[in-house]
Design a protein around this ligand. Structure first.
Ligand code: GDP
Ligand code: MG
Length: 296
């Protein structure tokens, strides 16, 4: 009996949504970063568990939107949750029910959605604390089941997957068997470079930075030539991205290239360009590219 369906992963920033998605899908499909709020695009990760195809929606985690971009992301996140067959609420067990998680819980309560809860990062917490937290969440009364997992180490993830597959609906699969993400390769490649930017520049990099894959050329020798543009808002930011003597961008390009080669399993020639583009956060076209609603 075949089953398929959508699971929206919701949770406060940094609870481990992307890590869990990558763990379940087994391939890198969503950006994982020690920094908060780096997931800007709704990414579908597709997981096949026995006869069931589970399509995950990794929702961006901003809950007090001020800027237009943030509002669009929140709308996308909740839109995705509404359409899904199940909502998986991820809670960082080491942080407990913080204000972000609280506001998500309240919102879920209002929509009267049944959810599955996973307490993540159990590797950081002692058992008594875990049970206490699980009881508190259970008392809210919206969860059909509460799991304890470590997305990073993989503990408990198999059980969670088995459970989720049981929640999917009987019917044919929605995507081809070999597909792991509906994210176009160009977008995925841009995400990889953006992740390297965040990792390399640490605190220095402004949130208002984006990467676009400008061209993608498959060569006769089986390699691919990829040109990407890193957009920043100010010349001073461009200098940061380039680094002294271009060293910073070189190292970013190098690690992005290595990861791309691993993902695509072909040789990659990656060329990065940095451009200043003011106010890209107010450009409607960007929102279309990201699948977000400009007027959210
Ligand atoms: P997201 O913002 O919810 O997508 O969170 P990420 O997946 O980017 O993870 C945020 C941080 O938590 C990263 O530094 C992860 O390595 C870390 N993390 C995720 N899962 C676990 C876990 O099970 N245990 C521990 N100790 N850290 C984790
Ligand atoms: Mg994430």
């Amino acid at each position: 009996m075949m089953r398929a369906g959508f699971v929206a992963i919701v949770g406060a920033p940094n609870v481990g949504k992307s890590t869990l998605l990558n763990q379940m899908v087994g391939t890198k499909v969503s950006i994982v970063s020690p920094k908060v709020q780096t997931t800007r695009t709704r990414v579908l990760g597709i997981c096949i568990e026995e006869q069931t195809q589970i399509i995950f929606i990794d929702t961006p985690g901003i809950f007090a939107p001020r800027r237009r971009l943030d509002r669009a992301m929140v709308a996308a996140a909740w839109g995705g949750a509404g359409d899904a067959d199940d909502v998986l609420l991820l809670v960082d067990a080491s942080r407990g029910i913080d204000s972000n998680t609280k506001s998500i819980l309240e919102r879920l309560q209002k929509t009267e959605r049944r959810v599955t809860i996973a307490l993540n990062k159990v590797d950081l917490v002692v058992k008594e604390e875990l049970l206490e937290l699980a009881q508190k969440l259970d008392a809210i009364g919206i969860a059909d089941e509460i799991f304890m997992i470590s997305a990073e180490k993989g503990d408990g993830v198999a059980d969670l997957l088995t459970y989720l597959s049981g929640r999917m609906v009987v019917g044919p699969w929605l995507f081809p068997e070999d597909q792991i993400s509906d994210m176009p390769q160009r977008l995925l490649a841009a995400e990889i470079t953006r992740e390297k930017l965040y990792l390399n520049l640490n605190q220095e990099l402004p949130y208002a930075t984006t990467v676009e894959t400008e061209s993608w050329e498959n060569k006769d020798d089986g390699s691919v030539k990829i040109n990407q543009i890193i957009y920043v808002e100010r010349p001073s930011q461009k200098a940061i991205v380039l680094g002294k003597g271009g060293r910073q961008i070189k190292s970013i390009g190098e690690s992005a290239r290595l990861e791309l080669e691993e993902m695509l399993d072909i040789r990659v020639h990656l060329f990065l360009f940095v451009k200043v583009r003011e106010k890209w956060g107010d450009d409607p076209e960007r929102y279309r590219d990201w699948g977000l609603d400009f007027n959210a």
